[in-house]
Design a protein around this ligand. Structure first.
Ligand code: ZN
Length: 215
C-alpha cells in the first residue's frame, strides 16, 4: 500500500512536469519582441532567440512595425498599436537618435519597454569589423534581458555575473554576465507564470550562449 502511494506521487509529479506546461504554451501568453522603424530583422530575431533561451519562457518575434515621423510619441503609439492579447510583455527595439530616447531602456506603460540600440552599435568606422559587431550583439542581448527583468519589476541583483546587476557605463555593461542568476531566474519564473507565460524548467538547460562565448 505504501508502495502504491509512492507511485501516485511519482505520477502526480510527472503530470505537473514541464511537458504539460510546454503544451499549454501553444495557447499561453509570451514574451514578445518587435523591431520599430529601421531596425534590422536579424537583430530582433537574435534578441528573441536569446531571451527565449535564457528566460526559458515562450517568446514571440513579431512582424516589424513601420513608423512615419520619428518621435517618442509616434514610436510609443506604434508599439501600443502592435500589442496583442498574447503579448504579456512587449519589447520594441528602435535605432533612433538619443535625442528621441536618451536612455537605452525606456519603460512605456505596463508591460512595454523600448530598447534604443543606437548607443550599443559599433562606431560607424568599425561597423564592418566582425569583432565589433559581435561585441555589439552581446550588449544588445544583455540590455534586452534587463528590459524584460524591469518589465516584471525584478529588483537589481548584487551578483555582477547576473544581467540584472546594475552596471554603470559601457565598460561595466561589457563585463557583466548576460544571463539571469538562479535566484533571479526563479523570481522571473514566478512573475511570468502569474502573467500567464509558460516557463520551462526542463528545457534548454544547456544554454546556447554562455559567458565563455563572449569576446
Ligand atoms: Zn541575479
Amino acid at each position: 500500500m505504501k508502495r502504491i502511494g509512492g507511485w501516485v506521487c511519482v505520477a502526480a509529479a510527472l503530470l505537473s512536469w514541464p511537458w504539460a506546461v510546454a503544451r499549454a504554451g501553444e495557447t499561453g501568453k509570451t514574451l514578445s519582441v518587435t523591431g520599430i522603424g529601421s531596425v534590422e530583422a536579424d537583430v530582433v530575431a537574435d534578441v528573441g532567440r536569446f531571451v527565449e533561451a535564457n528566460y526559458r519562457a515562450d517568446t514571440t518575434v513579431k512582424p516589424p512595425v513601420e513608423i512615419g515621423e520619428v518621435s517618442a510619441q509616434t514610436i510609443v503609439e506604434a508599439l501600443s498599436g502592435a500589442r496583442s492579447e498574447r503579448d504579456a510583455l512587449l519589447l520594441g527595439i528602435v535605432a533612433v537618435p538619443e535625442t528621441v530616447f536618451p536612455d537605452t531602456l525606456t519603460l512605456a506603460g505596463e508591460g512595454m519597454a523600448f530598447l534604443n540600440i543606437t548607443g550599443l552599435m559599433p562606431d560607424p568606422e568599425k561597423k564592418d569589423d566582425p569583432a565589433e559587431v559581435e561585441k555589439s550583439g552581446w550588449l544588445i542581448r544583455k540590455e534586452a534581458m534587463r528590459a524584460f527583468g524591469l518589465m516584471i519589476e525584478l529588483t537589481a541583483c548584487p551578483n555582477p555575473q547576473c544581467v540584472l546587476w546594475p552596471h554603470k557605463g559601457r565598460e561595466q555593461l561589457e563585463k557583466k554576465g548576460a544571463n539571469l542568476c538562479p535566484p533571479c531566474l526563479e523570481h522571473a519564473h514566478r512573475a511570468l507564470r502569474a502573467k500567464g507565460v509558460p516557463v520551462q524548467f526542463g528545457r534548454n538547460l544547456d544554454l546556447p550562449f554562455s559567458r565563455q562565448d563572449e569576446p
